[in-house]
Design a protein around this ligand. Sequence first.
Ligand SMILES: Cc1cc2nc3c(=O)[nH]c(=O)nc-3n(C[C@H](O)[C@H](O)[C@H](O)COP(=O)(O)O)c2cc1C
Length: 314
Amino acid sequence: MAVDLGVQLGSLSLRNPIIAASGCYGYGLEYAEIADPGDLGGFITKSISPERWEGNPPPRLAEAGNGLINSIGLANMGVGEFLAEVAPKLQAVGTRVIVSVACKVMEEYERVVERLEEAEGIDGYELNISCPNVKEGGMAFSRNPRVTEELVRRVRARTSRWVTAKLTPNVASVAEGAKAAEAGGADAVSLINTLVGMAVDYRTRRPKVATVTGGYSGPPIKPVALAKVWEAAGVVKIPVIGIGGITSWEDVLEFMIVGASAVQVGTALFADPRLPGVLTGGLAGYLESEGIGSIREIIGTLDTGGAFQVGVPR
Ligand SMILES: Cc1cc2nc3c(=O)[nH]c(=O)nc-3n(C[C@H](O)[C@H](O)[C@H](O)COP(=O)(O)O)c2cc1C
């Protein structure tokens, strides 16, 4: 039986639901040398800013509790160099290309997206409004639903390309942020970005990343991410893209069952750049063994058994 892994994120169709997450797949060209991008439904570039950013001082990475703390601080080449050096080569990568944009103030998002509109081969944008390890902007944008809505609205006015807003989990409720992104005209919402985390060396009494706190990612954040995706999927009509701690095809199914239409894989790519092919193989095998023709049949099928849900505003 041939199974269909294709998913639809509003106007954007993907050959399968696996997307490489921003910051964990370079600019898309580097990984193409070691793993087949054809295994991916799409990839998201490292977040691009108006000019080159050097990021935070080292150390910027620390392992912690089976996960990773990073304080990269959105180091990137800036939109000018991206347009000159990377964008012309993106069409040849052979999968959907989504460019992540991160800025310090709202107007800059408009300007960067306007410039990116010049380039062909870009299928959409992910607005990173949720980075926890930068001083200005970052997760402050998506912590405020009014700002989220306004920012998405402004970008929406500048492009007819597909747009998703990437939300922070570092809030009491992601429902408000998701609704705000939808109201602003986003085609989808992506969640979660990293949790604020901290690692300490008890011998030196020093924090393990130079910024003291950083963004926590990897397997330990999966339960938090599932809860946030479930919460968001219950309040918006636009597709939700689930992110957080995915390492196996079973994880992908869990995210889709709670309501994600696609997922992103981040930290796990550092350990195994070929993981996307393993995930799609596993998903196809499962669907086939269960006699399920399309992965779309899985989306939003959580059976709560009518359970009383504590503290989930739906
Ligand atoms: C080293 C590193 C760099 C990251 N850089 C970005 C970034 O530039 N933009 C962004 O939106 N998210 C960034 N992220 C967050 C990931 O895209 C993802 O949301 C998060 O790591 C959770 O997924 P995971 O547990 O699969 O890694 C970064 C994560 C890591 C580990």
